[in-house]
Design a protein around this ligand. Structure first.
Ligand SMILES: C[S@@+](CC[C@H](N)C(=O)[O-])C[C@H]1O[C@@H](n2cnc3c(N)ncnc32)[C@H](O)[C@@H]1O
Length: 266
């Protein structure tokens, strides 16, 4: 059953924060995202990525203007956790929202909430009355996300539900809430093929799959040393090849710094 926005449901994490707690910090804790401090886009924890290009810096500046305070808070929370580098940049969030809006989604699911930054962009892509279901393994991450998601969902007159636990374990429950207009994959890369199979089966015709990090920090095409194992690299290569060759989907990859796969179910 769909829950109203002010009844954000977090399983395994007792959280029901009411209200976004005021203006953003004056400290720009996430320099990749916000205008004056923006240095560019994000890097994976491997530290194997090249420094931000001038284009990255331009995009960061261009897409960091007039951000909703909830987005700044979500990004700052990720930074405080030391995970700002794995949260979508404002450019990538804007791109996610832009793409999802094209299908006028009534319901979207997200795998990998972190502190809710990408989820906030997804909420803004929903039709009024629409619903986002977002999955997160870490209850600490989910609780921080709840602080920004619930009030923002209320503002937008959409619904949000958070499920906390291993996404693979939660997939059967998630399936019962589908089929979905949109699926956004941004959780553990080792299960991307499982998540693809879920999306393939649980997207509506005309639905959109978006998956982040399909370049695996460049490891899928670079011979340079990487923190990723050969198995992880092969998983992402197989993920990309499998989706791009599935004739029931029309797919492409946008060469963002992380690689963003977009797949439309015919
Ligand atoms: C890349 S971050 C997500 C970033 C977020 N989408 C954003 O841009 O703001 C990946 C998240 O997936 C979560 N995660 C990792 N393994 C998971 C799993 N097996 N099931 C669910 N979530 C998982 C991590 O705890 C982390 O918060």
């Amino acid at each position: 059953m769909h829950r109203p926005a002010d009844q954000l449901h977090i399983r395994h994490a007792v959280t029901d924060h009411h209200g976004f707690s005021g203006p953003p910090s004056s400290v720009c804790a996430k320099p990749r995202v916000f205008g004056p401090c923006a240095t560019a886009t994000r890097s994976l924890v491997s530290g194997m990525r090249p420094p931000p290009s001038e284009m990255d810096q331009y995009l960061a500046t261009l897409f960091s203007q007039d951000l909703h305070p909830a987005k700044k808070r979500a990004a700052e929370n990720a930074e405080v956790l030391g995970l700002g580098n794995i949260s979508l940049s404002s450019y990538e969030g804007h791109l996610l929202r832009f793409l999802m809006r094209q299908i006028r989604p009534k319901n979207i699911c997200e795998l990998g909430t972190l502190t809710g930054h990408s989820a906030l962009w997804l909420l803004e892509s929903l039709l009024p009355g629409g619903k986002l279901t977002t999955l997160e393994k870490s209850s600490a991450h989910a609780e921080l996300a709840a602080e920004v998601l619930m009030p923002r969902a209320r503002e937008l007159t959409v619904e949000v539900e958070q499920l906390v636990g291993d996404a693979v374990t939660l997939l059967p429950e998630l399936k019962s809430k589908g089929p979905f207009c949109g699926v956004f994959i941004d959780a553990n890369k080792s299960q991307y093929l499982t998540y693809w199979e879920f999306a393939r089966q649980n997207l509506r015709p005309g639905g959109l799959l978006i998956a982040d990090n399909v370049f695996l920090g460049g490891a899928v095409f670079s011979g340079a040393p990487s923190k990723f194992s050969a198995k992880q690299i092969q998983t992402l290569r197989t993920f990309n090849q499998t989706i791009l060759s599935d004739i029931e989907f029309d797919s492409t990859i946008l060469p963002t710094s992380e690689g963003l796969l977009i797949s439309y179910k015919k």
